[in-house]
Design a protein around this ligand. Structure first.
Ligand SMILES: C[S@@+](CC[C@H](N)C(=O)[O-])C[C@H]1O[C@@H](n2cnc3c(N)ncnc32)[C@H](O)[C@@H]1O
Length: 1011
């Protein structure tokens, strides 16, 4: 019997028409009231299904921003049954609908409605279109909307696509079922607690309950797929881990008639795929589906895990290339094949198992039973891929040998822990780990995890540390880190570095490691020690630099080209083969780089074209003094120049820019918005503090509401909470802040909220502290070296990982101001030039001038990428110092410069407000807004560059109205008190550019040779 109870005579229907009529008369009501009346209708219908209407509903999407619909109708498990988009009477409903579909809105069951008309779209088809001016029509469209059920798709491909999109919802539904049982089912609570304990003992001591719940979701999801789609009901009995988890799942579903009854509410999501599976034919189609489940589950539902564990499927051409290359080197160096006895092979990060299955294809069928039983090994730390890999590998065996044999070479374990503990989940798994640890592994292949995000330090996705004696972090500290000259070495904490370190040790003195990883280590400054050790540990290193780093901008970004992970990841990628052969001495390094600008497809084709390293035109590389393999061009004479910082350097100390970890909350163009925001954040903090004091939960990170948009929690604030620190709002903390070049914002300088105060502590400890600093691009930053002088606190991203060199330093309490140019430097400069009048200010200006010298920047470009600048004592000290002082004044006092005489073309009404400015293609014109276009911008405005942008491009980029996605905070650069500020600034920054270029050209005539 249908639950749809609405009739044309019901009160909400009448109320709708009454509101419509009032609106039509245009007297008292507005369109918003019609909207609310329609929403009331939806609510009335939803109630009889025990569903609810959720306004402003966000639809999560894998790898994309969520979409927002006006409302969604959700069932008891929060699963959406339909979506509603309300439009205004004047809107063209069809055009609006098409716009939404183009933007990616779902077509399953979505109702577009305006006061008098509706279009209902179901499964991509329009099932209703027309006027709803009569009650019967209105009820008809609502009936269709509420009575819609998930259709059964005949074709597999379409069902797969749809299922994939719905995985996050399914996972959420399953999570809700589990959470419900944790509140009401004592038998489950007991087994859950015991299971969580077991997981902590054997997988990760810091594992949170939420992660354990996720693990059960992974089990439920895959178990059902295996049972119903792969027709493999025995999987959970045969798999040593699944059998264990089944016990917990049994207690979870005990109160239901059967497992399927428990999951019944998820049926609509599964149905289509399950029925279509019958048409899917062979295993390979289903296997592709399974691999999609792997990525979508983690990236759409379990994003945190996807980021820390690097969950992304390795494209088959990469797997083929690696397996062929290893086979080739194995043969050439040791006269063996992958199928030979005693060649133990390990994939420590197995994912869906594609390296192992590919290797199995390479091995002769007659050799496979022995290899499969004894010499193929792999590890996986997450349950879902562990199951998928088991299933895929076992299927590959079945297909080749025609016999089912459980695969005992797979362990559910954290690879980096295999040394550090004795119990791994259950006895069967422990036995396997022990067996693997004893095996003489010769080959290690795979795709190790790497931080996919921007290794932002503020988020919670901290990499796990392995610091017991002999564990990988200790090994890195004793080798790669110890022998690095870099100041910032945190990049050595990336899991792919751990993987390389771990595998280098694992093959002992003979073997091959071949990984596809982040390629940063071949050129990054922090990796000098790592490169040195790799060249010591191995006898042959082959590397294919596939580029594809999307975390760069402008021309550099274009040069990096596409990413061979089908553009799914943002880091640059490389494939590296490392060989240890005791009969060789020394280390031969051979590298090939794909060409610049190549797309992902061309790069992938290249892998196919060459097939393996053996067929590639590799270049021999001779590492330089700093163990660089790539990007030669380092000038050896650089080391003879003056250090910029240190007791025997120009500055006594330097400090990084301010890293707030919550820029949108602590800085804004408007002081008023800033104060409102600070009040909200303080309130949210104090509220949580009260709750924290009352509850004192053990796990503070999951205690705080990390989705609360009023505040952004982070390790600093958790520490504050733990310490029960209180805070009040202090408007006196507001000051100006150099956020980006030529973009100053108001800033709330209260260290309570600032994750890493960096230079604040010693350069601007108090709101009224005065100072001048030279901010430089930190080393390792790819945007190109530049320097800018500022008289305000400097944001960490002002110059790209900014390092600041202040003229003064202070004690933390703001007292004891002293000069930061060393006495040592003063004496050196005076003696060198025989000029006692040289002052510390002169040295400060000299340095700033020299850092702008074009020849200095090109000659030492490679050095400047890796190290802080070093300073030559050039012949014309005084001229450099004078030009440096002029540049400094120009850059600090940019708001005092005369406006460059740009031509103004005005149309329509006077309007100074900027939403978003745009430069013309040839950069000679600027569209300021609808009212104003500025032309006649001189070429010099492009010539003065600060990293990837010219000064003017920084202004265009920074002075626009924007809304922070997380907090919803609006940042509007327009000034009520000074409406022409931005147009004036444009003219002033053009002047600054023209003048800078003039001074730099003048300086270009001065030699930079050390005299
Ligand atoms: C890049 S994926 C591997 C992809 C795999 N080659 C595929 O295409 O399916 C890395 C895998 O390693 C697993 N992993 C991450 N850290 C691990 C660790 N410490 N020990 C074992 N497995 C780990 C992740 O869960 C993930 O499945």
């Amino acid at each position: 019997m249908s639950n749809f109870k609405l009739k044309a005579t019901h009160a909400p229907v009448k109320a709708y028409y009454e509101t419509l009529e009032r609106f039509g008369r245009g007297k008292f009501d507005n369109e918003g009231n019609v909207r609310r009346a329609f929403e009331a209708l939806l609510e009335k219908c939803a109630r009889s299904y025990e569903w609810m209407v959720v306004p402003e509903y966000q639809i999560a999407r894998t790898g994309k921003n969520p979409l927002r619909v006006d409302a969604a109708v959700l069932d008891a498990f929060n699963l959406p049954r339909g979506y509603w988009e309300a439009k205004d009477e004047k809107d063209d409903l069809r055009a609006e609908m098409n716009k939404k579909f183009t933007a990616g809105y779902p077509r399953t069951n979505i109702l577009f409605q305006k006061p008098t008309e509706a279009i209902l779209c179901q499964d991509g088809r329009e099932v209703f279109k027309g006027k709803i001016e009569t009650a019967e029509k209105l009820v008809e469209v609502l009936r269709l909307f509420f009575e819609w059920r998930q259709p059964v798709h005949e074709e597999w491909e379409r069902a797969v696509r749809e299922f994939q999109e719905r995985i996050p919802e399914i996972a959420k539904g399953a999570m809700k079922l589990i959470e419900g049982e944790r509140k009401t089912n004592p038998a489950f609570v007991a087994s859950f607690t015991a299971f969580a304990e077991l997981c902590r003992e054997s997988i990760n001591p810091d594992l949170k309950d939420e992660a354990v719940e996720e693990m059960l979701v992974q089990h439920l999801l895959t178990e059902r797929i295996f049972r119903r789609i792969f027709d493999n009901p025995e999987f959970t009995r045969r798999n040593v881990i699944a059998a264990e988890i089944e016990k917990v799942i049994d207690s979870l579903t005990k109160r239901q008639f059967s497992r399927d009854t428990f999951l019944r509410d998820l049926d609509p999501f599964y149905k289509a795929i399950e029925e279509a599976a019958a048409t899917a034919g062979d295993y390979s189609g289903k296997q592709k589906f399974l691999n999609k489940v792997y990525e979508t589950f983690f990236q759409g539902f379990s994003k945190k895990q996807a980021d820390t564990h690097g969950i992304v499927y390795t494209p088959q051409p990469i797997v083929d290339f690696i397996v062929r290359s290893v086979e080739e080197v194995l043969k050439a160096e040791f006269g063996k094949t992958l199928g030979d006895k005693d060649v133990h092979i390990l994939d420590p990060f197995v994912g869906t198992g594609n390296f192992i299955t590919r290797i199995m294809q390479e091995i002769k069928t007659s050799s496979l039973p022995q290899k499969y039983k004894e010499e193929l090994h792999c590890n996986e730390v997450m349950l879902l891929p562990y199951y998928i890999a088991s299933m895929n590998i076992e299927h590959e065996y079945l297909a080749k040998v025609d016999e089912y044999e459980p695969f005992e070479g797979i362990c559910l374990v954290d690879t980096f822990e295999t040394l550090g503990q004795s119990s791994f989940f259950n006895s069967a798994n422990t036995e396997r780990v022990v067996r693997q640890s004893m095996a003489p592994i010769r080959i290690v292949v795979g795709n190790p995890p790497y931080n996919m995000g921007q290794d932002s330090e503020e988020d919670q996705n901290r990499n796990r540390r392995y610091t017991k004696p002999g564990q990988v972090d200790k090994r890195i500290a004793a080798t790669y880190s110890k022998d690095s000259k870099a100041t910032l070495k945190n990049k050595l904490g990336d899991p792919y570095v751990k993987a390389i370190r771990w595998a280098s040790d694992r093959v002992k003195d003979t073997g091959i490691v071949c990984f596809v990883t982040n390629n940063k280590f071949i050129s990054g400054i922090a990796f000098d020690g790592m490169r040195r050790h790799l060249a010591r540990d191995f006898n042959l290193i082959l590397h294919l630099n596939c580029k594809g780093n999307a975390n760069t901008a402008g021309e550099r970004r274009q040069r990096e080209g596409g990413n061979i992970f089908n553009n799914q990841i943002k880091v640059g990628v490389g494939i590296t083969l490392l060989l240890k052969n005791p009969s060789r001495t020394g280390c031969l390094i051979k590298i090939m780089e794909v060409e610049d600008y190549q797309g992902a497809k061309e790069k992938t084709e290249l892998l196919g074209k060459y097939g393996s390293f053996g067929h590639m035109p590799l270049q021999n590389v001779k590492p330089d003094q700093a163990f660089n393999w790539l990007e030669g061009g380092n000038q050896e004479d650089f080391n003879a120049l003056f250090s910029l910082v240190g007791k025997e350097g120009i500055f006594l100390s330097s400090a990084p820019g301010v890293n707030t970890a919550r820029d949108a909350y602590l800085s804004n163009y408007s002081a008023d918005i800033l104060v409102v925001q600070i009040r909200k954040m303080t309130k949210a903090y104090l509220q949580t503090l009260g709750e924290y004091e009352a509850e004192r939960p053990e796990n503070i990170e999951s205690f705080t509401d990390n989705h609360d948009v009023r505040i952004k929690w982070s390790p600093l604030l958790w520490r504050r909470l733990k310490a029960l620190s209180k805070i009040t709002v202090a408007p006196a903390c507001i000051r100006s802040y150099q956020y980006r070049p030529f973009a100053v914002r108001t800033f709330y300088q209260d260290r309570f909220w600032i994750e890493r105060p960096g230079m604040l502590t010693k350069c601007f400890p108090n709101v009224d502290s005065e100072n001048l600093v030279i901010a430089l691009t930190g080393n390792g930053v790819t945007c190109g070296f530049f320097a800018i002088a500022c008289g305000l606190p400097v944001d960490f991203h002002l110059t790209g990982d900014s390092q600041c060199f202040p003229f003064y330093t202070y004690d933390e309490d703001g007292t004891n101001r002293r000069e930061n140019i060393t006495d040592w430097a003063l004496a050196e400069f005076r003696a060198h030039y025989g000029d006692k009048k040289i002052s510390k200010w002169d040295i400060f200006h000299y340095t700033y001038g020299l850092l702008h010298h074009p020849e200095y920047r090109t000659r030492y470009a490679a050095n400047l990428k890796r190290e802080l600048p070093r300073i030559p004592m050039a012949a014309e000290f005084r001229r450099f110092a004078e030009i440096g002082a002029a540049l400094m004044k120009l850059h600090i006092e940019y708001e005092k410069q005369k406006e460059y005489p740009l031509e103004r073309r005005e149309t329509g009404k006077l309007n100074w407000r900027v939403e978003k400015m745009a430069l013309s293609k040839d950069k000679s014109q600027l569209r300021y807004n609808e009212f104003l276009t500025l032309s006649g911008i001189p070429a010099e405005a492009q010539e003065y560059r600060l990293g990837n942008r010219s000064a003017l491009e920084w202004v265009v980029d920074q002075y626009r109205v924007s809304t922070d996605a997380r907090s919803g905070i609006v940042n509007d650069p327009n000034r009520e008190d000074d409406p022409e500020y931005i147009v004036r600034l444009v003219g002033q920054v053009v002047t600054v550019s023209v003048e800078t270029v003039r001074l730099v050209r003048e300086m270009a005539g001065l030699g930079i040779e050390q005299v």
